[in-house]
Design a protein around this ligand. Structure first.
Ligand code: NAD
Length: 331
């Protein structure tokens, strides 16, 4: 019998790209996808061109529902969990922090308990986390290493940090085989049109104003989603028990530079840019030192920002029906 891996949150942006890039072509494992299909999880995103069969099955479950999570584990002897599911949008966490704690902290706790009590003896739990748990950097500080202090600034990053610490504690206290990734900002196909890049692409396509927070000088490190997912799979297969691995794109850009690049690709004027009131608690800069992942299993981003952003704009231009349908399901 093949080993069975639970993938949470794979109707969302990163998880659905993980299915396409890693899980669908890999017949060495059986995969069970768990997703609550919140506004950010869109079933046609995964089912559109992915055949759901015995190699790949889907369960609509909310990780906040402990009984449902436990029943799923009792019915399947999972030997691995890759945990993508989360509330993921910082702006939403400023408006309504509670659901971030419920899903990201308590939902993760439910998965950890089920893994410990009902998983296979050698179950490995791979937690997908974010650079945002480290807080922010000033302009010239060295990039975050895995030893950087945990200092989250938004309710989103605080809830992710809470889940990271629970994962750590289940390794330290109960000996659960955990590994963890912390990655920088992802972009690529199927990103929900609420995050910077898809919002700017959609607005530029329809000649609307492009709202840029503050003076647009904040810096993010951008990674193409496939590079992140290759790193997650490497960490799951080769990471050392209990360890954290930073993943990054080696591509720091100011937000304004990203927006101007999108306008240039779409041949639209920079006069569409409109500076708006800054996000509360807006982190200044993120940058990742991923030398540990490079040393331990040769992790290196393959897609340059220039290639990745062109691919992403092209994808959104050809998939406007997808954007309309996910926007409609949110309303
Ligand atoms: N997007 C990024 O730039 C980035 C960077 C680093 C890490 N991450 C992490 O990667 C993971 C995936 O991020 P994403 O951008 O794909 O997010 P997303 O918002 O696009 O997708 C999240 C998915 O989780 C599901 N989900 C939400 N609440 C759930 C619940 N209670 N029960 C079951 N499923 C639920 C949603 O339906 C959706 O399919 C998250 O853990 C996020 O913190 C994201």
């Amino acid at each position: 019998m093949k080993a069975k891996i639970l993938l949470t949150g794979c109707a969302g942006f990163i998880g659905s790209n993980f299915l396409k890039k890693i899980a669908v072509p890999n017949k060495d494992y059986d995969f069970v996808i768990l997703d609550a299909l919140t506004y950010a999880g869109h079933y046609p995103t995964i089912a559109g061109d992915i055949e759901v069969n015995e190699h790949l099955s889907f369960e609509k479950i909310d990780i906040r529902d402990n009984d449902a999570v436990q029943n799923l584990f009792k019915a399947n002897s999972f030997s691995g969990v890759i945990h993508f599911a989360a509330e993921s949008h910082v702006d939403n966490s400023i408006k309504n922090p509670n659901i971030f704690v419920e899903t990201n902290v308590l939902g993760t706790l439910n998965l950890l308990n089920a893994s410990l009590h009902f998983g296979a003896k050698d179950l490995r739990f791979c937690h997908v986390s974010t650079d945002e748990v480290y807080g922010e950097l000033t302009e010239n500080e060295p990039a975050f290493t895995e030893d950087h202090k945990i200092a989250p600034n938004s309710p989103y990053s605080a809830s992710k940090a809470g889940s990271d610490l629970l994962v750590r504690s289940y390794h330290e206290t109960f000996g659960l085989d955990t590994v963890m990734t912390r990655c920088s900002n992802n972009y690529g196909p199927f990103q929900f049109p609420e995050k910077l890049i898809p919002v700017m692409i959609a607005k530029a396509i329809s000649d609307e104003k492009l709202p840029v927070y503050g003076d647009g000088k904040n810096i993010r490190d951008w990674i193409f989603v496939d590079d992140h997912n290759i790193g997650v799979w490497d960490v799951f297969l080769k990471g050392k028990k209990g360890e954290v691995y930073n993943l990054g794109g080696d591509s720091e850009k100011r937000n304004l530079e990203v927006v101007k690049t999108i306008l240039k690709i779409l041949n639209k004027p920079e006069s569409l840019i409109s500076f708006v009131e800054d996000r509360k608690g807006h982190d200044w800069r993120y940058a990742m030192d991923f030398s540990k992942a490079k040393r331990d299993f040769g992790f290196e981003p393959q897609v340059t920002f220039e290639e990745g952003i062109q691919k992403t704009v092209d994808w959104y231009l050809s998939n406007q029906a997808w954007v309309e349908s996910v926007n409609a399901s949110k309303n």
